[in-house]
Design a protein around this ligand. Structure first.
Ligand code: 5GP
Length: 189
């Protein structure tokens, strides 16, 4: 297997990382999205095997027991997310680099594992208030789930300094342009 590079985008939910990652996937054909496994229900128009591998908790824990994950996390109470080793291998085998949209702890775990082959970017929202507005505006989560996301987001904002780069997302267009430059430079290194 030929080993490619890893581009990790982490941030609290609602900081805009998914939009930035989608932008980069269009810009750089050499990048391929790491499809995570999760035990949560699909939301809106999300598709199985495109946005996530939506699997049961039983199936997830079976994979944990068989060491199939490079990292996994109980991101929210009772809801698991993880990166499958087979997913990274699938992308590298195709001669591509992997791009991740992953929570802060998972992102740091991958960075520790892959070191110089990985670029870990923290997407910083303008403020916690803006983040809360964005999360509420989605209208896809129950009040309980939203409250859980707020608590986690507040905690995650403190991890920014542990990343290679902090990318401010105050204005989406500017953030996408900066992300393009960062990723372009790293891929050409
Ligand atoms: P959402 O439910 O909004 O799609 O994702 C919730 C959080 O889980 C987001 O911060 C997302 O980036 C993160 N996440 C998605 N996939 C993974 C994964 O494979 N591992 C970890 N640790 N977090 C993930």
């Amino acid at each position: 297997m030929k080993q490619g590079k890893l581009i990790i985008f982490s941030a609290p939910s609602g900081a805009g990382k998914t939009t930035i990652v989608k932008h980069l996937l269009q810009k750089y054909p050499a990048l391929s999205f790491s499809i995570s496994a999760t035990t949560r229900e699909s939301r809106g128009d999300e598709q199985h095997e495109k946005d996530y591998y939506f699997i049961s908790k039983e199936a997830f824990l079976h994979k944990v027991a068989h060491q199939e994950f490079v990292e996994f996390e109980e991101v929210y109470n009772g809801t698991f997310y993880g990166t499958l080793r087979s997913e990274i291998e699938r992308i590298w085998d195709a001669g591509q680099h992997v791009i991740f949209d992953i929570d802060v702890e998972g992102g740091l775990r991958l960075k520790r594992k892959y070191e110089e082959d990985a670029l870990a970017i923290f997407v910083q929202p303008p403020s916690l208030e803006v983040l809360k507005e964005r999360l509420s505006g989605r209208g896809t989560d129950s009040p309980e789930k939203l409250a859980e996301r707020f608590v986690k987001a507040e905690k995650e904002l403190n991890y920014a300094d542990k990343f290679d780069v902090i990318l401010k997302n105050y204005d989406l267009e500017t953030a996408c342009a900066e992300a393009e430059k960062l990723v372009g430079d790293f891929l050409n290194k």
